[in-house]
Design a protein around this ligand. Structure first.
Ligand SMILES: C[S@@+](CC[C@H](N)C(=O)[O-])C[C@H]1O[C@@H](n2cnc3c(N)ncnc32)[C@H](O)[C@@H]1O
Length: 248
């Protein structure tokens, strides 16, 4: 059996209990070495085989999984954050299905959730944005025309931009087509890692701050009023009756 496991954003305590159990049981772990906190591998048995996927292509990876599965081994494919975002499990899962190799997905804590914790904010705010847009800017891989940043920015929703900090000038240029220059923006590098850094600014100065701090990778760009504004939720208001509480 193959388990695709979300490793969480970095802090080894931010893997799920189910994910940790899978690591503890695994005979073979193929992990994304460029992004995974290797502290997580301490959960593995001392006799488990640990392979960094950085040097593997898709065929080599599937071959490893298939061989281990045929030998009755327990295989974990460890992906950063949650595997459903900006990962490559789709193509691996397709081939496994074609080969009738069973697999399961175990979700993880995505880095965008760790980043909200880092800035101590909530993306959805009462009387404010009720929507979170998760996106990235076009780089070496394309983004559909209808999802260009300037078009998504029209919504003025809370926004999380992955994989784009090295193109911060382009990000700012696109956002400025819709957002005001004083819109709050934060860049969170290595959210939940011991060397996490948070840089806060506005659309006017964030590019300069990112460059001054030499943030070039493993970072998220958070944009929107949620970084400053907090509303008051009706949920705990005395006058707001709901299923579990009558109004007072
Ligand atoms: C290939 S994507 C994988 C995303 C992952 N599946 C997730 O749910 O977080 C890698 C990008 O995610 C973001 N990222 C991953 N871990 C991060 C962290 N701990 N702090 C900030 N950004 C992170 C960065 O934008 C990085 O370039």
């Amino acid at each position: 059996m193959i388990y695709f496991v979300g490793a969480g954003p970095g802090d080894p305590e931010l893997i799920t209990v189910k994910g940790k159990n899978a690591l503890e049981a695994a005979d073979l772990v193929i992990y994304t070495g460029s992004l995974i906190n290797e502290e997580l591998l301490k959960y593995c048995r001392s006799d488990a085989e640990l392979i960094n996927s950085a040097g593997l292509d898709l065929v080599e990876m599937i071959d490893l999984m298939e061989k281990a599965n045929n030998e009755g081994k327990y295989v974990v494919r460890l992906h950063t954050g949650d595997p459903s975002l900006y990962g490559a499990i789709g193509e691996q899962a397709n081939i496994l299905s074609q080969k009738d190799i069973p697999f399961e997905n175990i979700p993880g804590v995505s880095s965008f959730l760790a980043a909200a914790a880092s800035v101590k904010r909530q993306y959805t705010i009462p009387d404010g944005s009720q929507t979170v847009i998760i996106t990235r800017i076009e780089g070496r891989t394309p983004v559909p025309e209808k999802e260009q940043l300037s078009k998504l920015a029209e919504h003025q929703a809370s926004m999380v931009i992955f994989l784009s900090v090295s193109m911060i000038d382009n990000v700012v240029e696109e956002l400025l087509q819709e957002y005001k220059p004083d819109t709050p923006i934060a860049v969170v590098e290595k959210a939940s890692w011991p060397d996490e850094r948070v840089v806060k600014g506005t659309l006017s100065n964030i590019a300069q701050l990112v460059k001054e701090n030499q943030i070039t990778k493993t970072a998220l760009i958070l944009v929107g009023e949620f970084l400053e504004k907090t509303g008051v939720s009706k949920l705990y208001s005395k006058d707001f009756e709901h299923e579990y509480r009558a109004s007072k």
